[in-house]
Design a protein around this ligand. Structure first.
Ligand SMILES: Cc1ncc(C[n+]2csc(CCOP(=O)(O)OP(=O)(O)O)c2C)c(N)n1
Ligand SMILES: [Mg+2]
Length: 431
């Protein structure tokens, strides 16, 4: 027992208080392993969204400093002046096209719903811009900018939403489920969240069998990344060193669920550690950061070194789709992210910081985008709906088109070595 404080030495240590007592022995330096996640952002927003319940009502309040001014654009290591301006143009077209679609919906001209990528244009446009023409991309609903960069016109996209006969699906799908396996190398979006990941991985595997390491790109949301198929697809790409570039679009919301209610890791890029691949965090509202990370990941893919996970942080600036007014989103969050608008900041960067565009050149560029968009909208509105007689056509494919190889005739290792698959094994599996 400890002696009383009598001036004599007390050799017995007083017990630590309950709270300060460590639960496990303090780890030795040799027990620790460190992993690196690159974080390229010039600011690291730090706030928390808390769910509060009042009876049946659920509401969210946000904690943190939301008063800060927006960060500058981070200088690109790779983009030329012309490329900056090209990306800016795609972003403008992306935004103006979605504004036109919203109006068309309100005029009753859109069949079905409309999805928006407002606030996410830098992520869609600057990422796909890093792909080569013969490489592949699979967009999600908010990546309409990616479709534009990959060669679909605003006319195609508007006609698709209006289910017009001349739309990419000839009026058979009234939203975003279209691709192009012939010219543009775009895999059609798959609504089941995460399923594009193994499909794009399969595209990279197909190219590998044809003797090419290519970059393939797809996107998944903060919500969708929790699906099992995300793990399966990305893990397969990692193990096979396939060139998947996966953008995890962390836009704070999955429908009405904020990220604080979805996962406990600080950053979704940390997931990369579990796959054994590089993970990078970028500011998804900064086109230069998005492009540079995408470019490095694509180069890695082309060298046959495998996939990269890029977490792009931003906010979905509208509801899930046009029917959702997003009233559950705390207003201060909208104000905070409006100051981080990807287009306004990029415009300021090009016109005032870099002085790569004069005011007149900028006005002309915006007017050109508007003119092109107006032409496309008029064409789309005035084009015919499908003829009922053609409705059953192009639904089932029974050998109507050949799926051609893209790069070269595949070489199978077994074929070369003249190894035959064991019949017994095959039969065993089928039983
Ligand atoms: C496997 C699966 N579960 C649920 C849905 C329904 N659903 C469609 S979009 C969505 C929210 C997606 O949120 P997030 O992944 O964060 O993408 P965001 O809409 O924010 O871009 C849900 C739950 C679905 N399409 N697929
Ligand atoms: Mg989301």
């Amino acid at each position: 027992m400890a002696k009383k404080r009598s001036g004599k030495t007390n050799n017995t240590k007083a017990p630590a208080s309950k709270n300060s007592r460590p639960r496990v022995a303090a780890p030795q330096a040799s027990d620790q392993r460190c992993y690196t996640i690159a974080d390229w952002r010039l600011e690291k927003p730090d706030f928390k969204i808390e769910q509060q319940r009042e009876g049946e009502e659920v509401r969210y309040i946000v904690h943190g400093d939301l008063s800060r001014a927006a960060p500058p654009i981070r200088e690109s290591k790779y983009l030329t002046r012309e490329q900056h301006i090209e990306i800016y143009r795609w972003m403008l077209l992306n935004r103006r096209m979605e504004a036109a679609l919203e109006n068309l919906y309100k005029q009753g001209k859109v069949v079905g719903g409309v999805y928006f990528g407002l606030g996410q244009e830098a992520c869609s446009c600057a990422s796909t811009y890093a792909l080569k023409k013969d490489e592949w991309m699979g967009p999600m609903i908010r990546n309409q900018g990616s479709l534009l960069v990959k060669g679909f016109s605003a006319r195609d996209i508007m006609m698709q939403y209006m289910a017009k006969a001349g739309s990419p699906t000839f009026g058979k799908d009234a939203s975003s489920h279209f691709g192009d396996i012939r010219e543009r190398n775009v895999v059609s979006p798959i609504s089941t969240l995460g399923d594009l990941i193994p499909v794009l991985t399969g595209v990279a595997l197909g190219a590998r069998l044809q003797g090419r390491n290519i970059a393939v790109m797809t996107y998944i949301g903060d919500g969708g990344q929790s699906t099992g198929v995300t793990y399966e697809g990305l893990n397969f790409a990692a193990v096979q060193n396939l060139g998947l570039v996966l953008f995890v679009e962390n836009n704070i919301w999955a429908y009405s669920t904020p990220t604080d209610e979805q996962f406990l890791v600080k950053d979704l890029a940390e997931r990369a550690i579990a796959y054994g691949i590089p993970g990078v965090i970028v500011d998804g509202t900064d086109a230069c950061q998005v492009y540079d990370a995408a470019h490095e990941a694509c180069e890695r893919a082309r060298r046959g070194e495998g996939p990269t996970l890029i977490e792009a942080k931003m906010m979905r600036m509208k509801g899930h789709a046009i029917h959702d007014a997003a009233q559950y989103v705390p207003r201060p969050l909208f104000e905070y992210w409006t100051r981080r608008d990807p287009i306004a900041r990029f415009e300021n960067y090009l016109v005032n910081v870099k002085k790569w565009l004069t005011r007149e050149e900028n006005d002309k560029l915006i007017a050109d985008v508007e003119r092109q968009l107006n032409e496309d909208r008029e064409y789309a509105v005035n084009s015919p709906m499908p003829d009922a007689a053609t409705t059953p056509l192009d639904v089932w494919c029974e050998g109507c088109h050949e799926v051609k190889v893209k790069y070269a005739v595949p070489k199978y290792p077994n074929e070369k070595k003249n190894v035959r698959v064991k019949q017994v094994e095959t039969a065993g599996h089928l039983r």
